[in-house]
Design a binder for this molecule. Structure first.
Ligand SMILES: [Zn+2]
Length: 194
């Protein structure tokens, strides 16, 4: 894992309270604090639960873990008086990621939209947004495929070989064109107002 990814993982665990430094049970008595050498980009929590990050020559306070945890568990778009935040279910947590509100509040919002006649437009937008993010991933994968394919065309001396009368440029163009057509057709379905 790259250092960046490791940090992301560590912080995610620290916020969730599952990091190994927080679940350690066998703390020995008389443990002396040793000097920890930090590298730029390292993140850690101190005894008070404050999260820090090492910068070049200094460290910055990122905030209290409890506060960060609290911010992450908020449902800012729930209707007034909703108390799902007290004991969120898996569905609530899933919906919070998308709408910033709990499952029940989403159901209620969608119900209201159906009454107002704005639901279809909302649903179309939602699907469209999902699709776009999926296509973005597909674009990255297309790029990876192209890179892998191109490697097969390159000779040891660096010159580029032709395959079945097709040059690398032809192949590349074909891949790009097909992907573009696929993408356009795919998005078009959801772009037109019904
Ligand atoms: Zn709610």
């Amino acid at each position: 894992m790259s250092k960046k990814l490791k940090n992301v993982k560590a912080v995610t665990e620290m916020i969730a309270g599952t990091h190994k430094s927080q679940t350690k049970t066998n703390v020995s008595f008389g443990e002396t604090k040793s000097f920890v050498k930090r590298e730029v980009g390292d993140q850690w929590t101190d005894d008070e639960g404050t999260l820090w990050e090492q910068k070049k020559g200094y460290k910055v306070k990122l905030g209290k873990l409890s506060k960060l945890r609290e911010d992450l568990t908020k449902f800012p778009n729930c209707k007034k008086g909703c108390n799902s935040y007290l004991k969120p279910t898996r569905n609530d947590i899933y919906m919070r990621g998308i709408h910033g509100m709990c499952f029940d509040c989403v159901i209620e919002m969608e119900h209201q939209m159906r009454i107002d006649g704005t639901y279809e437009e909302y649903e179309r937008k939602k699907i469209y947004a999902n699709m776009k993010s999926w296509l973005k991933q597909a674009e990255i994968e297309k790029q990876a495929v192209k890179t892998a394919l191109k490697a097969k065309f390159v000779n040891e001396d660096g010159s580029i070989e032709e395959w079945n009368d097709m040059s690398w440029e032809d192949v590349e163009e074909k891949i790009d064109n097909e992907f573009r057509l696929f993408k356009e057709n795919y998005l078009k379905k959801w772009e037109v107002k019904k």
